[in-house]
Write a protein that binds this ligand. Sequence first.
Ligand code: ZN
Length: 343
Amino acid sequence: MRAASLLHPTPTGLYCPVGDFHIDPPRPVARALITHGHSDHARAGHGEVLATRQTLDIMRLRYGEDFAARTQAISLGEQIDVGGVTVSFHPAGHVLGSAQIRLQKDGFVIVASGDYKRRPDPTCLPFEPVPCDVFITEATFGLPVFRHPDDATEIAKLIASVGQFPERAHLVGAYSLGKAQRVIALIRAAGYDAPIYLHGAMATLCTYFQSEGIDLGDLRPATVSAGKSDANGEAKSAFAGAIVICPPSAVADTWARRFPEPLIAFASGWMQVRQRAKQRGVELPLILSDHVDWDDLTATIRELAPQEVWVTHGREEALVRWCELEGVPARPLHLVGFEDEAE
Ligand SMILES: [Zn+2]
């Protein structure tokens, strides 16, 4: 079995000719296997979608009931036959419902990991190393300069800032699927049990995470009427000292002006790059990533010791070079449609 006959990149995404399906295709296809619910991987309009139940739920919440003509849920570890290829899904540690997709045919195994991370995340199952002949990896932070600091240290900065500036509302920009809930869970783990306020765009997914048994504590809508009024009847000041979670784009909106002296924070792996924080007007950058950093990326490849590595998106060249120096053949797939800023 040659790897390329089991899976190869095409203009319509990663395609398996044997099973006649795509993995995370950027455009609608007849049959799609979806690793996770982020919008650059999970798009609406496919004929048939095979994914974990949670990913299907998330797609339904984001795109509506008719996001695909047909859906099929697969349990983690369950093996099913798709057109003669044995397919199974395994936790990727990226966001709730996220999975790596393992393909097996004639004893040859390819694992498409989608997006993944190795850090513990209280909102999803941990990454499971799956032995394989070909490991397909992202390289969002595929440069040696990217080393993510400890999560608790980053969250402690936020908690300290809230203590230091009790008159200011802390607006924390975080992507609505995964990052927002992880930030909230980390804030709770740090012992902060006051209500946390949510921008309207965050509510649906937070409610879904809670319905899946993830404890996010007391969450309230960040509407002015929801805050308690102060002595002057000024509802705005009710958010003094509050933590508000919102989409990254909302901090630049008029929406942000309803809060008292808003202090802009942003939770992203990109906050390691000072210039990006500056460009976005971020006062408190929180380096929190749902992707592997360089150390975890290279440790994962060493641990799996595949015969070959394929790199899907991000900083492919540096990782390909590193693999070659390690004696592991590697190649960039140059897939289009994945955005490292998106989620
Ligand atoms: Zn993702």
